[in-house]
Design a protein around this ligand. Structure first.
Ligand code: AHR
Length: 312
């Protein structure tokens, strides 16, 4: 059980001994920490030498790391791109060096020829699932929602906003009243929620908070409690990731829904690279992971127990 349960089971021979660079965004969230640890475990299991570079949320650091990987002549590069623009030049350099690039969990606005495949969720769908959940949860009652957006310019912030707006589009009773970035962190989610609560009469006019990730939701929950209100009932809480802490909040009655994002993007990425490096098999351009909705009806204690220890 534990971490082993999340790792893929296929036997990969071709990747043994290969050197793969991984440019990770940073460690802004519990989900990100899990993705890092799962990627390292997947690499170890397959005998891959993983060169890990933490960009500390800065695209310039990612570009430097990718250039470093190219100079070292790695066999492949994994990138979780912090923002969606500004990748053409460095990915062209990788392509010219004959090094396949795989995108993990975030998308980019660049020619699709510049990467082998992208392993990510359908982020618009995640937002839509969250929005549709809220529509059904409030059942026609008037509801003012505040939104905590992810990192400005990142694909999940752009797409989860769009999807949520699509999800609530048909519900005239639901109004998105405030929206601001919380940068995918717990601390910023709390701080921005505090501002929303102050601006909205102490929170009396807020019916729900939609956070682009669970960490910001956990920060918002604290802010709601500090304001003397009950998260989960006075203010509904819906978010994305399905990390253990949001299930703990559900058990406590303080969170209402989350949409799962698997931290195992590396398994499908290594599978694709294995086939490509073995016999040139070109994978699908987009490998889409599942987006499952969880609510307190879905055994949150069991979900917490089974996820705790998966690198979160
Ligand atoms: O790109 C995926 C997002 O990045 C996760 O939802 C969030 O927690 C992380 O920081």
């Amino acid at each position: 059980a534990g971490l082993a349960a999340l790792l893929s089971t296929a036997a990969q021979a071709e990747l043994t001994g290969k050197v793969i660079g991984f440019s990770q965004i940073g460690s802004e969230s519990g989900w990100r920490a899990a993705e890092t640890s799962v990627t390292k475990s997947e690499a170890e299991k397959r005998g891959v030498e993983l060169k890990f570079a933490d960009a500390q949320q800065k695209q310039e650091n990612q570009i430097k790391a990718i250039r470093g990987f190219i100079a070292q002549g790695v066999d492949a590069i994994l990138v979780a791109p912090v923002v969606s623009t500004g990748w053409d030049e460095v990915l062209t350099e990788a392509q010219e060096a004959g090094i396949p690039v795989v995108l993990l969990d975030r998308g980019i606005d660049a020619s699709q020829d510049l990467y082998l495949t992208s392993v990510a969720s359908d982020q618009v769908k995640e937002g839509r699932v969250a929005g549709e959940w809220l529509v059904s949860a409030v059942g026609g009652k008037p509801c003012n929602v505040v939104e905590l957006q992810g990192t400005v310019g990142s694909s999940p912030a752009i797409n989860r906003k769009q999807g949520f707006e699509e999800g609530i589009a048909g519900a005239a009773n639901i109004t998105l009243t405030r929206s601001q970035t919380g940068d995918f962190t717990r601390a910023k989610g709390k701080e921005v929620m505090e501002g929303f609560l102050k601006a909205e009469g102490g929170g009396a006019s807020i019916c729900a908070v939609y956070a682009h990730n669970d960490d910001m939701a956990v920060g918002a929950i604290q802010a709601i409690k500090d304001a003397g209100l009950k998260p989960g009932s006075d203010i509904l809480v819906v978010s994305i990731d399905a990390v253990p802490d949001i299930f703990a909040a559900m058990v406590a009655g303080e969170a209402n829904a989350t949409v799962e994002l698997t931290p195992n993007m590396a398994g499908p990425a290594f599978d694709a690279l294995d086939a490509y490096l073995n016999d040139g098999t070109v994978p699908e351009k987009f490998i889409i992971t599942e987006s499952k909705l969880y609510t307190p009806a879905d055994n949150p204690q069991g979900e917490y127990d089974s996820r705790k220890g998966l690198g979160y």
